[in-house]
Design a protein around this ligand. Structure first.
Ligand SMILES: Cc1cc2nc3c(=O)[nH]c(=O)nc-3n(C[C@H](O)[C@H](O)[C@H](O)COP(=O)(O)OP(=O)(O)OC[C@H]3O[C@@H](n4cnc5c(N)ncnc54)[C@H](O)[C@@H]3O)c2cc1C
Length: 455
């Protein structure tokens, strides 16, 4: 059992792991240093929003923090409003309230059990792992612990390569959309034309919020395929079976082309609703991903990733209706193409977008990068990640999907895994593929707590 622990990260994954640890009886009390990195503790970007337009993209009944208490979130919201159903898609700020409440409860319970949690509202700058200890450095102070967990979520996205330095300097190209949304009172004049680069769930959030803030602006969303994510059904689609036959067939032939064919065949059967088929694969994804060779994973990233993300990470029916309404009213347009350049022209920006051998120019007052999750540590400016890479304490995933690790989250250096340095959440995408949402994170937190405590 590790007695002195450090958790690095202040979002939902760190909060869930802390809750799992403090909830358990241990032979000796724990000493936990929790580096939260500043910001609103436990909420992270996803649940730090106060906007009523930002909804969970998972039903309330599936959003518990804890694998052992599946009704956790639902019970929490029903205490205030018993009419809320498990199938509802609730505002994300309610989930933030739940995270904060659960952390406060866990801290109180942990205290009663003799555990000590030292909350440090700063970012960890460096980690030095050794065989029997890890030293965590922030500023001038250092903390020696038995084991440390990286729970830093996704990395801040760098600007796209096509964007000129002048466009970046103009203040009209927004790299971090969450910062723009958070500064609701900023005195920016309302733009006439806003272009979004990327059409995933981040773009949906940004469009819904900004179209309420700037109702007279025109919005153009650009992506290579020109399509928004699929939507959940208002009711739950029941799977025709548990998906075991499909998973077995996929295991027998771990090739992306074959998997796509199998999926298409399964979905085309009359009793199978495609969402139910996709969802039935979810618990098997880490196992299936581990069957793929690097060549096959590369093929997935090139040919199937976009289609998978679109059907797997779906928007709520309400968000989908709102997007459809904006498209119908002509306030929102979809544009298919690959971004080649963003330059400053007169008082605005010009975008060069290419599709099917032709090039088009779009002009905009404001361009917002909504490309979603970045876990490519190879080019990241994240201070801690840079330090860990420079000192060869961690290894990047070759496809830019986080860091190399074992399936139980132990980080790799050279050919070995550290016995005492772990990660949870998005950094493990290279190992598990699906590793960003709460249903995956709560399972990881449960197993990680067991490993750390030697249960
Ligand atoms: C807009 C959005 C909506 C989402 N909606 C859903 C949803 O409806 N349902 C769902 O299941 N999932 C959703 N997700 C997925 C989401 O990633 C997870 O649910 C969850 O928020 C991930 O938490 P995390 O702690 O891993 O990462 P984050 O929330 O990103 O937290 C990481 C934290 O670590 C801190 N940090 C970074 N570096 C350091 C450092 N050096 N030292 C200390 N702290 C550091 C950061 O400041 C941050 O607070 C959504 C994600 C986004 C972005």
């Amino acid at each position: 059992m590790f007695r002195r622990l450090a958790i690095i990260g202040g979002g939902a994954a760190a909060a869930t792991l802390l809750g799992e640890l403090l909830d358990r009886e241990t032979p000796q009390p724990l000493q936990v240093d929790w580096f939260t990195g500043g910001g609103r503790r436990a909420r992270g970007i996803a649940y730090g929003t106060d906007s009523k337009h930002h909804l969970l993209n998972v039903r309330a009944a599936s959003m518990s923090m804890f694998a052992g208490k599946p009704r956790g979130f639902l019970d929490f919201v029903q205490r205030d409003d018993p009419t809320i159903a498990g199938t509802d898609f609730l505002p994300r700020h309610r989930y933030g309230d739940y995270l904060e409440t659960e952390v406060a409860r866990a801290l109180q319970q942990g205290h009663a059990r003799g555990h000590h949690v030292n909350i440090i509202p700063f970012a960890a700058d460096a980690l030095v792992p050794e065989a029997d200890a890890v030293t965590v450095v922030h500023g001038d102070s250092s903390h020696r612990v038995d084991a440390a967990v990286l729970a830093i979520g996704a990395l801040p996205a760098p600007p796209l390569a096509a964007v000129s330095a002048a466009a970046l300097a103009s203040g009209r190209y927004i790299v971090d959309p969450w910062q723009l949304l958070a500064n609701a009172d900023e005195q920016r004049p309302a733009p006439r034309k806003v272009v979004l680069i990327g059409m995933g769930l981040t773009a949906v959030d940004v469009i819904l919020e900004l179209s309420a803030r700037w109702p007279h602006a025109e919005y153009i969303a650009v992506s290579r395929h020109g399509r928004f994510p699929e939507a959940h059904l208002p009711t739950v689609a029941m799977p025709a079976d548990d998906g075991a036959e499909l998973v077995d067939a996929m295991r027998d032939a771990p090739e992306i082309a074959r998997w796509m064919r199998l999926l298409r065949e399964t979905i085309s059967q009359p009793d199978n609703e495609w969402r139910a088929v996709v969802d039935s694969l979810r618990p098997h994804i880490p196992g299936l991903w581990s069957e793929l060779s690097l060549v096959q994973r590369t093929r997935f990233m090139r040919h199937a990733r976009w289609a998978w993300e679109r059907v797997r990470h779906r928007m709520s029916p309400m968000a989908s209706d709102a997007i459809d309404g904006l498209l119908r009213s002509g306030k929102l347009h979809r544009h298919r193409g690959r971004l080649h350049a963003v330059d400053v022209v007169d008082a605005g920006l010009h975008l060069t977008v290419a599709h099917a051998g032709t090039t088009e120019l779009l002009d905009a007052d404001l361009v917002i990068q909504t490309v979603g999750l970045d876990t490519d540590v190879r080019h990241s400016e994240h201070r801690l990640i840079r330090q860990l890479l420079t000192n060869a304490h961690i290894e990047p995933d070759p496809l830019g999907l986080g860091v190399l690790a074992s399936r139980d989250g132990r980080l790799q250096h050279g050919e070995k895994h550290w016995p005492n340095l772990f990660a949870i959440g998005s950094l493990l995408r290279g190992t598990l593929w699906e590793s960003t949402a709460m249903p995956e994170i709560r399972q990881q937190a449960r197993h990680l707590a067991s490993q750390l405590l030697g249960d």
